[in-house]
Design a protein around this ligand. Sequence first.
Ligand code: FAD
Length: 482
Amino acid sequence: MTEPAPVPDALLSALRARLGAAQVLTEPAALAPHLVETRGLYRGTASAVVRPADTAEVAFTVGACAASGVPIVAQGGNTGLVGGGVPRGGIVLSLARLSGIRALDPVGATLTVEAGAILAEVQAAAAAAGFLFPLSLASEGSCTIGGNLATNAGGTAVLAYGNARDLVLGLEVVLADGRIWNGLKGLRKNNAGYDLKHLFVGSEGTLGIITAATLKLFPKPLSRAVGFVGLASPRAALALFARMRRAAGPSLTAFEVMPRFGLDLVLAHRPGARSPLAEPHDTYALVEFSSLQPEAGMEAALAASLAAALADGTAQDATIGASEAQNAALWALREDLSEAQRREGGSIKHDVSVPLARLADFLEEATAACLAAMPGLRPCAFGHFGDGNIHFNLSQPVDMDRDAFLAEWGRFNAIVHDIVVRLDGSIAAEHGIGLIKRDALQHYGDPVGLDLMRRLKAALDPADLLNPGKVLPGEAAAQAPG
Ligand code: FAD
């Protein structure tokens, strides 16, 4: 990749004149938090962080950068896990000030919000009007809806409601040349030509800057039951999931799995955490049934399902939360796992998915291959089992230096991704490609699919100024044939 053009003083002056001097940050201390990604794996450079207040100011900023040939990296909450928001020269365009709720339509059940709105605030705005906005991630207190859409975020509600892509009806986007595309329709049916919004969802800031979105709202579930199940293996968890999905259908709203090592980490690193089961098990499942009816008997349905699984040996032990407080405590055991693993030392991550029927094969094969490559390694494969999405994380051996372990990241990625691809899975399930998987996508991606991606990039961002070098190698626009 060639060095990005230096940011001309005249551009910074023009941005200060339009946005106000206080919204064009150039002091190193003000830039610092925008230059590093959340896990500290990448550190970038930028000449300025620009903080427009509305869509017109975003359009002005993008247009002015285009005229000067200056690259732009959009940032929401900067919680992304693939290095996608790390700048490599040019400017950071922060959406933080575009945080308003524009409209709530209770009849159409839609909510129109600006891109920089924090996900938890979007959920709260929906709840205040008696609705549910179901997207839910552990980072929801700091990630933004624009970032969620730009990464097509997943999280814990995908089983029931789908990914971010499934929750959006319309988008407003600033294009690479500074024009504004107003696709903010709240229609459930709209086949008037190509569905352009889906080009931008999951494009990680490489095709346009999302400035607002019209989102789908749902009725709030009025009752739920949460169970914590001890199992002999991931294969047994898969059998339990298949049985529960058949029996409970849409009432089964979450099925998350973690290994014994994962629960041990939470118990070790979170003061006051207790295992809800008397004996340790190889594998644990966190199961949620919920309903729109207040007295739907979810607890009885979950209890019956678990009793059958215990009777035929599919499950070894199980408990059900007896109150909302206990339900939340069971969920916390799953939600606290990433943080507990971070406290345990270095961890090499793989956010992958495979067809559900092959999930247990994947876990067995990948675990054996990684342990053969480094005895003493501590696999911690957990996550959104019901979506076929596993965070196949590897904790460092106890006596190994953290940096020496993290230096092995590429070697383990190759081992794990080879197995994922052979099993017809995806090397990037929910966090995206960004920088961290860009070269892997080139290696494993379908050549025709990659060619289409390059052509789209060239069509929408011919000068390669929107988040260059992310998702596709730098100057993808220039490399596109024709
Ligand atoms: P950022 O990190 O700021 O940006 C992410 C990418 O989107 C970058 O490429 C950026 O350039 C681009 N971008 C941001 N805003 C815009 C915009 N308005 N227009 C165009 N491009 C834009 N992710 C999941 O999918 N599921 C999970 O369960 C999950 N759990 C997480 C738990 C923790 C503790 C953490 C730290 C992260 C987790 N993530 C998860 C990852 C992350 O939170 C999501 O990717 C989130 O959607 C990113 O939102 P953000 O506002 O922080 O985006």
